[in-house]
Design a protein around this ligand. Structure first.
Ligand SMILES: Nc1ncnc2c1ncn2[C@@H]1O[C@H](COP(=O)(O)OP(=O)(O)OP(=O)(O)O)[C@@H](O)[C@H]1O
Length: 255
């Protein structure tokens, strides 16, 4: 990963404009990880309210969504989020793009729930004391007041994932990016969290292997071989994806 690509002169746009409808633009983006080309020449504009990213293991889904909040920068090409080159606004991106990891233990860094949520407020410039009070209010407003003083690592997986989502929402990002957020949750916790996500005003980009969860999304990106195999509405992309998996399974079946 090149943090400061020399292949292209950075854009003049140096600040995110959250009023833009096209919240993400990938312009001929390539990414290499561990010596392997993961994304190659990807060009894409995102403006839909709910976008799902699907693809087989290792196809580059996480890499794609990590480009949205500057966790990853393109080797070549440009990623613009709310109109700004992510290379130039990397430090400012968490205000606009909340990122929720697959594994909550990889995200949480503070011992208690309230401290974890308060951190986002300190990132917005609030003093520690005010941030703690704000975090407690925010947790209570989301029905999680009882969790405030609990050690994060004592929570159930569903509670942990909910806290991680709240810890990014407290920063009032315009876009929420979730990288397989339900991988370790049971069906009930998944349904409950999906219900919460459906009620949020934020735009949503979500990686998921659970195709049922994304049937109602506005757009599905199917990633394969470093690019888009298919891009469209769930009604067209999901059946094609399932059929492709069945074809592959049949082809690899030794019987
Ligand atoms: N930190 C890293 N260092 C080196 N290579 C990496 C790293 N992270 C990912 N890769 C490689 O990049 C490729 C794409 O990985 P990525 O995590 O984006 O795929 P994915 O579609 O999200 O996979 P999964 O469904 O298994 O989570 C894989 O070949 C992976 O081995």
């Amino acid at each position: 990963m090149a943090f400061w690509s020399t292949s292209r002169t950075p854009d003049a746009a140096v600040a995110c404009d959250p009023r833009r409808a096209d919240y993400a633009v990938f312009d001929d983006v390539s990414v290499t990880r561990g010596g392997k080309t993961v994304l190659s020449g990807l060009t894409l504009t995102l403006s839909e309210r709910r976008v799902a990213v699907i693809g087989l293991n290792g196809s580059g889904k996480s890499s794609l969504v990590r480009l949205l909040n500057g966790l990853l920068l393109p080797e070549t090409g440009v990623v613009r989020v709310y109109g700004a080159d992510t290379r130039l606004v990397r430090a400012d991106l968490p205000r606009h793009v909340g990122f929720v990891f697959q594994n909550p233990d990889h995200q949480a860094i503070f011992p208690t729930v309230a401290e974890e949520v308060a951190f986002g407020l300190t990132q917005l410039g609030e003093e520690r004391q005010a941030a703690r009070a704000g975090a407690s209010r925010f947790l209570a407003a989301h029905g999680c007041g009882a969790l405030a003083d609990r050690p994060f690592h004592d929570l159930s997986e569903g509670q942990k994932q909910l806290v991680c989502i709240l810890a990014v929402l407290v920063m009032r990002p315009e876009l929420l990016v979730l990288d397989e957020p339900f991988a370790s949750l049971d069906g009930l916790a998944t349904r409950q969290l999906m219900g919460r996500l459906a009620g949020l005003p934020q735009k949503l980009v979500m990686v998921s292997h659970d195709l049922k969860l994304i049937q109602g999304f506005d757009r599905v990106l199917w990633i394969e071989d470093g690019g888009l195999r298919m891009d469209g509405e769930p009604g067209s992309v999901l059946p094609a994806y399932v059929a492709d998996i069945e074809r592959r399974a049949a082809a690899s079946d030794p019987g």
